[in-house]
Design a binder for this molecule. Structure first.
Ligand code: G3P
Ligand code: MG
Length: 240
């Protein structure tokens, strides 16, 4: 499936606090046509946009997302850790992000990022929200995950939404895993990739996208190998 070369990572997280509405707006402002963000469940099963299992790094609060109700999560400041100018920026819900994407006319890779042990439930709820509420005006999204259980659940719940497997430690078993999970693409940590590996992956018909690429020279090399898109914290560093 066709995606633009530049996809903002967690919005544009080099310029604004990751996985916030401000970060997605920033990505749009910097010219990105698509963004990636992470979806995780609150204790009361709301699909929130958040990366870590713990609240510490981006909200300065103790506790785990999976053990915190949405009422408490939504009152946290997820902006000032990045810069005081973003004080009061909230953790958004998936539904709010989808509304903003519609307003900004942006496409997205929706990463299913389950807290440990919550793979099936996270994918179930996330895939259904995407299936039921994705604006018709936007390009079809991609559901991605490191979790095989999550991808299998996404396939059951929303078979028509394309899926991508994320890999970051090694590319071992990529072909069997992509095939078993019926994915259309591999999203991998760019350091894992060389030209031969890219050629092999593309030759059997999968799309290839790489994270997290912040250096234009590396992006250029990856595009030359046939990588369709990069996820970057700095969409402004790259011209299409
Ligand atoms: O979806 C690509 C990339 O975001 C995966 O890594 O840890 O930044 O979610 P991470
Ligand atoms: Mg991610």
């Amino acid at each position: 499936m066709k995606t633009p070369r530049i996809i903002g990572h967690r919005g544009a997280c080099g310029h604004a606090p990751e996985n916030t509405l401000a970060s997605i707006r920033k990505a749009a402002e910097l010219g990105a046509e698509w963004v990636e963000f992470d979806t995780m469940l609150s204790a009361d099963n709301r699909v929130a946009i958040f990366h870590d299992e713990t609240l510490k790094r981006t909200t300065g609060t103790h506790g785990n997302v999976a053990e915190t109700n949405w009422d408490s999560l939504q009152s946290l400041d997820a902006g000032s850790w990045f810069d005081d100018a973003f004080r009061g920026e909230n953790i958004p819900l998936l539904s709010e992000v989808i509304q903003l994407l519609e307003e900004l006319e942006m496409g997205a890779v929706v990463e299913i990022k389950p807290s440990r042990g919550h793979d099936i439930q996270t994918a179930h709820l996330c895939a259904n929200i995407v299936k039921d509420t994705w604006p018709r005006s936007l390009p079809t999204p991609i559901l991605s995950s490191f979790s095989e259980q999550a991808l299998m659940t996404a396939r059951e719940q929303a078979p028509d939404i394309p899926r991508a497997l994320n890999m970051w430690r090694s590319l071992d078993g990529w072909q069997e895993r992509l095939q078993q999970l019926d994915c259309e693409a591999l999203h991998c940590q760019h350091d894992l990739l060389d030209e031969a590996q890219s050629t092999a992956i593309l030759a059997v018909g999968y799309d290839l996208r790489c994270f997290t690429v912040n250096e234009p020279a590396r992006a250029h090399e990856l595009f030359n190998w046939g990588v369709s898109s990069i996820f970057t914290d700095f969409p402004d560093r790259f011209s299409e």
